[in-house]
Design a protein around this ligand. Structure first.
Ligand code: ADP
Ligand code: MG
Length: 701
């Protein structure tokens, strides 16, 4: 279904081959449609006139004045050669300056003629100046006259040299709009336009480039924002529904003996309401007949593990095996000992399989998994190896998802007849709007509540020079029987430097905390897995009171007796990383502390991060801050993929629109999943068109 919009850009009057090349290279604009969607970044109201005397109140803004040229002269030499005109109205005067085409301009300008001047005044040598202003008489006909708002487009140096400055682009947009007027196909059916009170597509495109009024500009923006997000949601949800329908899922209807036994005898604490709700949500997936693909978000310490364990018991009650995959050996073995302990009084075989599991152990373990004796197998990516076969794998839990690739997950799926239900757990909360977009094809559950009785962690900021105070404080805590983490930053440039940094810190600490009174574990990137495990284990067993580490302890480690987290050079850490580290304490009943140490000199960004940490313990609030500081692509790791390259939508500010789009897409698809209903034909056609366009791009790339 080719339309006028797919015509290559070189065929637009005023473009031609050379400019087309530049538009392709600089802006990725290939077709009429691409140019149509190249929107202005701002507009200047040209219905308004200023008096010269009041201009100084509006520094660096575009303004429009009316007046006469008093005199003009060419002055300066060589590159400094310029035409300077004194322009005045009844309130004052201002200089207009041109560096290019001076002769021509001088000849075309007359004294005693009323001119309208448009441009951006700047203060230069104590007088106001407009360089290269737009100047015309009141009667002069050009597009600028007919438009009350002047659009401004981003351009590059290279474009400017080829007549493609902001004004040049606006001329092309104007040309384009007059050529395709009446030929811009609508892509939203009337019932949606009416329901949401959206203006039609043609009016929207015209007014986003050349708004007639402020109100029309807003309506145009709203309409095009809606369209941008709505079709994305429609396509994400449609593929989600498609996945579900294509993947029959195991049925797990029974909540049986094991679940009840554990729940009534061995559950160490009452569940939070959020944990209960999530279990219910997932239960309904277990009985839906479709395969589950769900993301479980929950702040650090919100209790995702026990939630997963309860669900595993349901799966086992229904005759299935489960596995839990963690990103590191340390985490896997921690999960293993934690879960084994939870289930120790029950008749369930739990095993651990990682890269360092000995061959002799594997020999016994692998057949035991294959014949179905092992009900819960915990491990690292070693679980995905081909030698690991299951009898009936029904439920897969993946902890800290961002470390695993999609392929690794897919490998696990293939290990059973039907794909197992998959729950991906992440402690990096991302704002809901972002989740709806980046994980739009997964279902999402959120544990948005911490267990009761937790004392909020007290976070404070100190400068390195306060270390005496801090040493004293740590000693007091250790005296009470608590344990302490001290974390040093990874300096990306050099592993040797990280190591040195840590070792220097280590030596200094040993002086302040001498043996045999104090015992220190030290974990860093130069240790092998076994050595690391050893050091960690000593800390977990309370043989050591202080754990010195680079960021290797970031994820997941659970030592409830540890009550202080000291972060050295906190200014070098990202916000979500700081929050993850802080989450290592505050896991027991004791008051916990997070101490952020930094240099006295801080960049504005570092200061904001540290302030955010001191201000809130809430992971979702932290995520919001982070989003504002870093942008969505960096947070989700999708920056390269272009998934979040929106033209109009702002993932932070357009929450309402995003939610509306999601809800409407959802309700349309639940009624008409394949968009076969005639009233949805426009939607189906446009989705098809969009997808085809995408595949074309992939083929080119
Ligand atoms: P995360 O969600 O970060 O993985 P964990 O599952 O490691 O958190 O749980 C953190 C700590 O909170 C663990 O020590 C766990 O036993 C405990 N916990 C989990 N749920 C509850 C609850 N409902 N009440 C009290 N403590 C809980
Ligand atoms: Mg965890």
């Amino acid at each position: 279904m080719l339309t006028h919009l797919d015509i290559p850009i070189e065929y637009l009057k005023g473009v031609g081959t050379k400019r087309a090349e530049i538009l392709k290279k600089e802006l990725n604009l290939f077709t009429f449609y691409d140019l149509l969607q190249y929107y202005p970044y701002k507009y200047v109201d040209k219905s308004k006139f200023y008096r010269i005397a009041e201009i100084k109140n509006y520094p660096n803004t575009y303004i429009q004045i009316k007046g006469y040229i008093k005199d003009m002269n060419i002055i300066g030499q060589h590159k400094g050669k310029r035409l300077v005109a004194h322009f005045q109205d009844e309130t004052g005067s201002i200089q207009l300056v041109w560096f290019n085409n001076i002769k021509y301009i001088q000849d075309s300008l007359r004294r005693n003629t009323l001119y309208i001047v448009f441009g951006k005044p700047v203060l230069f040598n104590n007088s106001l100046n407009i360089t290269h202003p737009e100047i015309r008489t009141e009667s002069e006909e050009n597009i600028q006259v007919t438009i009350p708002f002047q659009p401004f487009y981003n351009t590059s140096e290279k474009m400017k040299k080829n007549g493609l400055d902001s004004k040049g682009i606006s001329r092309l947009s104007y040309q384009l709009l007059s050529e395709i007027k009446g030929k811009i196909p609508e892509n939203l059916p009337p019932y949606i336009l009416e329901k949401l009170n959206l203006i039609n597509r043609q009016t929207a495109f015209i007014n986003i480039h050349f708004p007639q009024t402020q109100q029309l500009l807003k309506q145009a923006t709203d309409r095009l924002k809606f369209e941008e997000m709505f079709f994305l949601q429609l396509s994400l949800l449609q593929s989600h529904i498609g996945n579900i329908k294509n993947n029959k899922g195991y049925l797990m209807p029974r909540v049986g003996k094991l679940f009840h036994e554990f729940y009534s005898h061995y559950l160490p604490f009452p569940l939070t309401n959020a944990q209960k709700r999530v279990i219910k949500e997932i239960r309904s997936d277990f009985i839906s007949g479709y395969q589950m693909n769900r993301l479980l978000q929950g702040d650090v310490g919100s209790g995702k593990t026990i939630t997963a364990v309860l669900l595993m018991l349901i799966a086992i009650d229904n005759g299935f095996q489960c596995c839990l995959m963690a990103p590191t050996e340390i985490l896997a073995s921690q999960h293993y000992s934690g879960i084994s302990k939870l289930l120790e009084k029950m008749d369930i075989q739990v095993e651990l399989l990682t890269g360092s599991t000995k061959a002799s152990k594997r020999k016994i373990l692998l057949p035991d998994i294959e014949n179905g004796n092992v009900k819960i197998i915990i491990g690292t990516h070693a679980l995905a190896e081909d030698t690991v076969l299951f009898q009936k794998l029904g439920f897969v839990v993946i902890d800290e998802q961002h470390r695993f690739g999609v392929e690794q997950r897919a490998k696990l799926w293939k290990k059973s007849l039907s794909p197992p239900h998959v729950l991906v757990m992440t402690a990096t909360p991302i704002p809901r709007t972002l989740a709806m977009t980046v994980y739009g094809d997964l279902d999402i559950s959120i544990i948005d509540q911490l267990p009761v009785g937790r004392k909020p962690i007290i976070t404070s900021h100190f400068y390195q020079k306060d270390s005496g105070k801090i040493i004293h404080f740590l000693k007091e805590e250790i005296k009470k029987g608590r344990q302490v983490y001290v974390v040093f930053p990874l300096i990306q440039e050099s592993e040797t430097m990280d190591f040195r940094n840590l070792m220097e810190g280590y030596e200094a600490f040993k002086m302040d905390f001498p043996e045999p009174y104090y015992k220190i574990s030290c974990v860093h990137g130069k240790l092998n897995a076994e050595e690391k495990d050893n050091e960690m284990q000593k800390f977990i067993n309370k043989e050591t009171q202080i754990m010195l580490a680079t960021t290797v302890i970031e994820v997941g480690i659970d030592v409830p007796n540890a009550s202080v987290m000291v972060i050295e050079n906190a200014e070098r850490f990202g916000l979500s990383q700081l929050h993850q580290l802080r989450g290592r304490v505050g896991r027991g009943a004791d008051q916990s502390y997070c101490i952020l140490l930094s240099d006295v000199k801080l960049s504005a960004d570092s200061r904001k991060r540290i302030e955010a940490m001191v201000e809130t313990n809430n992971g979702f609030e932290i995520a919001d801050y982070d989003l504002k500081l870093r942008g969505p692509g960096d947070i989700t790791g999708t920056r390269q993929s272009g998934m979040l390259d929106f033209k109009l939508i702002n993932i932070i500010h357009d929450e309402k629109i995003i939610t509306t789009c999601r809800n409407i897409a959802n309700s349309i698809l639940s009624e008409d999943p394949e968009l076969k209903n005639p009233k949805n034909t426009l939607l189906r056609d446009y989705l098809f068109y969009m997808k085809k366009k995408q595949t074309n791009y992939y083929q080119i790339g």
